[in-house]
Design a protein around this ligand. Sequence first.
Ligand code: MN
Length: 205
Amino acid sequence: MNNYYPFVNTPLPYSYDALEPFIDEKTMRLHHNRHLQTYIDNLNKLLEENPSLQKYSLEKLVCCWRTLPCHLQPPIRNNAGGVYNHRFYFSGMSAPGRSYTAPCLFEQIALQFGSPENFRAEFKKAALSVFGSGYAWLILDQGCLKIITSANQNTPMSFCLKPLLNIDVWEHAYYLKHYNQRAAYIDDWFHIVNWSIVEERFLFI
Ligand code: MN
């Protein structure tokens, strides 16, 4: 994955129709080719105009925007965050119908949330609670699993939290198929979470 300026929109690790019927091909094309591309273009333009930032990795930009000059903070937070959050979201999904395992993470989920069903219910509740645009996340906070939400393109990384899984609840992520039914989109999304990737994120801290 390309992590430094100039950023490019790397291909998805699956085809645009791979997540059917849970997320439709057209939504995936628009989300990846248009929405994510716009964040990448805007971030490249910002870094082109501010060469001192070109040596920063995407993670560093996402984590350190508060240390930048005031006029750069919002655009770097929004656009570096937009690239990071979307890449994280896309790479956390995969074609349905395959059996993915995450034994260590599921053990921790059972300890922390009581059961996988409770975790799922709490995650869904959090994702539904996001007002307007943003994300719900499963994160590690000093070794503890937590569910949090973020607005716009903010990321948990900028609060020193380790992200494990996220769902984009901006309407562009689901409106073409699910219209205004965010709950139905969240239920569908659970069918295509790539738990093997989430387990890797969990284990390799
Ligand atoms: Mn999005």
